[in-house]
Structures are given as C-alpha cells and as structure tokens.
Write a protein that binds this ligand. Sequence first.
Ligand SMILES: Cc1cc2nc3c(=O)[nH]c(=O)nc-3n(C[C@H](O)[C@H](O)[C@H](O)COP(=O)(O)OP(=O)(O)OC[C@H]3O[C@@H](n4cnc5c(N)ncnc54)[C@H](O)[C@@H]3O)c2cc1C
Length: 429
Amino acid sequence: MSVDDSDQGHAIRTGGRGARVSGPRVLVAGASIAGPALAHWLCRRGAAVTVVERAPELRPGGQAVDARGVAKEVIGRMGLDAAVRAACTDTAGAHTVDADGQVLETFRADDDGGDGFIADIEILRGDLSQVLYDATRDGVEYVFGDRIAELAQDADGVDVVFASGNRRRFDLVVGADGLHSELRAMVFGPHERFLRHLGHMLAFYSVPNEFGLDRWLLEYQDQESGRSALLRPIQDATRAMAVFYSTSADFDVDHRDVAAQKRLLRERMAGLGWLAPEILAHLDDTPDFYLDQVAQVVMDRWSSGRVGLLGDAAFSSSPMSGQGTGLALVGAYLLAGELAAAEWDPDAGFARYEARMRSFVEANQEIGRLNARSRDVPGPDAEPRPDFTGEWFTELVGRAINGVELPDYTGVPDSAAPAGSPITSSAKL
Ligand SMILES: Cc1cc2nc3c(=O)[nH]c(=O)nc-3n(C[C@H](O)[C@H](O)[C@H](O)COP(=O)(O)OP(=O)(O)OC[C@H]3O[C@@H](n4cnc5c(N)ncnc54)[C@H](O)[C@@H]3O)c2cc1C
C-alpha cells in the first residue's frame, strides 16, 4: 500500500510490505477488537486499509472477554488460534461466594464444551487487541492519536477531514469506535436514539493480587442492594482484575472523566461487604480504570451509503451478554466477505452483512437483557427474574453462540488462500 507520510501529522505505522493494493481504500475508525479484525479481513480481500484510533497508542486493559462457537471458528480462519490461545487467561472457573468468602456455586471452564460462563478461549481484551494488531500492522496503515472530525460522502467516495487537519478521500468508511461511537453520531444521529440502557453500572481496574487468588475467579453479589464485586487473577496471578457492578446507573459523568468516575464508584460501593473495601483502597494507584453504564446499541440500519458500522458501535450487546467480542469478530468476517463478494458495492455488501448478522445480534442482546434483569433488586414493581433452567434458555444460548452461518466465500479474493485458488471478482470502485 502506498502511504504519503507527508500528509500525516501524527504517529503512523505503515505497512511494511510496501505492496500496492488495487482494491478500494477503506478507513476504519477504532483499533480495539472490531477495527483490527475487520482490517485483517479487508486486507485479505484486497482492500487498502487505514485504521484511525483516537487513543495515542493501542489501549491496554479491560476485563477478560470470551470467544465461543462461531467466534472461535473465525479466529481459526484468521490463522490466529495459536496466538490467541497463547495469550489466554488460565482461568479454571468461577466461584460465587458469600460475604465471608464461603463458596456458594462453582462454574468450570470446561463446562458446556468450553462454551460456558467461563469459556475455554478467555483472553484479556487488551491482549486480544494486541494479537489482532500484531497480526495486521504489516499490511495496514495505523494512525494513532487522531479521529474523524468531518466527513462528506458523494456517489463515488467519502471525503474525510481528521482532527489533525489532514484531509483524505476513501471509498468506504467503517465505524468500529465502540459504544459511544462518534461516527455513528455524525452519520446516523444522537446517541440517545440508539443507546438502550440496562440500568446497571460497571467498573473495572487491576489491583495487586494480595487476595491469594490462584486460577479461580471469585464473585460476591449483595442481592439486597443489587451490587456485586468480582476478582480474577491476571498476569500469572501477580495481579487481579477487580470488577464492580451496581444496579443504579443514573449518573451524569463524562465517559472520559476518570477522576469523576472514581469518585462515583467510591460513593456507589460504600458499605459493600466481602473484599470490597480492600479493592477500593487501590483505586488511586491502579494503572488502568474503566467505568460505564451498561448499555446496548439498537439500530434499524448499520449503514448509510458508503459508511457502515461494526462491533459495539453498531450492535453492542453489553458486557452482560459476554458476547460483545464474539459479535465483533464474526461481524468483521462477514462485513469484509460480503463487501468483497459484492465487488465492493456498498449498498449490496452492507445489506447482505446486515441480513446475515441481525438475528445473531438479537439473540445475544436478549441474553444481555436477561442477565441484567437477573441482577435487578427484587421489589414490588420489579419484573420476575428469568428462569434460566428452562429449555427455552438452552435454545437461546445455542442461537447466541452458533446461530449464524459463516460462508466460505469461495471465489472471493483471499490473499491467505493457497496459490492457485480461484479469484473471480474484481473491484468496481
Ligand atoms: C479500554 C476498554 C476496555 C474494555 N473492557 C471490556 C471488558 O472488560 N469487558 C467487556 O465485556 N467489554 C469491554 N470492552 C468493550 C469490548 O471491547 C467490546 O464489547 C467488544 O470487544 C467489541 O469491541 P469494539 O472494537 O467494537 O469496541 P471497543 O472495544 O469499545 O473499541 C472501540 C475503539 O475505538 C476507539 N475510539 C473511540 N472513539 C473513537 C474515535 N472517534 N475515533 C477513533 N477511534 C475511536 C476506542 O479508543 C477503542 O479503541 C472494553 C473496551 C475498551 C475500549
């Protein structure tokens, strides 16, 4: 890919192979999970890809995320199975405990064929992001510390003005910029229109493992207040990742104001038992911190002309589903495949991607809503807690894990296919 460094004011990593690509130029916003995964598949299908990430570098941190069912299949097709497994957490399972630390329930990582509550592919979000970035950095132009400031599309392309002042033209633009997607707001409308709050708040950060954790995750739930605290070992159990949930999600704190978020967490978790006070004592010395409302994104359409959305930006199922990463990986495979199969025609490509993904997304969003409801504080007006023992739930979980077809895209260009594979389509752009 040819990249003119002279028009870039910010840190750039350009493809090391120097190959010129004749396919479409695609701009992807966001370098977490969905962005680099999409970049991987777009490159393989012959596109020239630029990923712009708002943060100055790849963002570390985040809780463990899981890949189950078809998402595992996508990782395999990416050729990243070994790299992902090498970076996986070594979690044996989870115990729920009471305020004194007595075990109430146990879930093992090999339950349900490795696709259970703790999946056998369980990896810290930041580590998965690093694996995806390392696998794509040689063929993709990554621009850190910048973002799209303005964008205007016409029949043939999209003119983009970056916050740095750079101007460039692309054939397609995809927003993989998360729950609070700026691209979505710019093209589709204000956040309030698409965010469905599930009435919970979630925070996590890492702490020294002074709690004697080995390979087991511990969770304490205070049923009366609807709050819970969770600890899991990370980094060879030298540190632990702490997670707090609260059912009172009505707060007005900017999602980038970390000091205000920490104050809020201290207030909301005051009086919570178990190890909560010891965990909260590390709030000011943690190197990472994340707090947000638990929300889903529900949209009628995930594209408008030459601009599309992927991952949490389009269809967040919320951490309550445990499937946000799987949706991002599967969506990336299908979006690149369908665009290439449609010879990069945006209307056809985006429409087929959406038709394939929608019911899969809906099953996962349903799981997120049910899990959130199961944590609601009981009361006269509260909806009854779902009964997860029913057959309907097993059927729903099956659809949420495997309920989407992954076409082989035979005949669509694939640079990773063995030499001699048929290449039948050509770019229309
Ligand atoms: C720091 C972090 C920690 C997370 N931790 C967890 C977790 O513990 N558990 C969980 O279930 N989910 C977590 N998530 C969300 C999880 O990664 C997603 O649900 C899922 O993996 C889908 O990812 P995504 O790439 O669509 O969105 P995200 O992972 O949210 O990534 C969006 C990316 O876009 C970038 N970005 C934002 N705005 C712009 C912009 N205007 N221009 C360019 N780039 C932009 C962000 O910096 C981020 O890198 C976390 C996300 C982040 C960013």
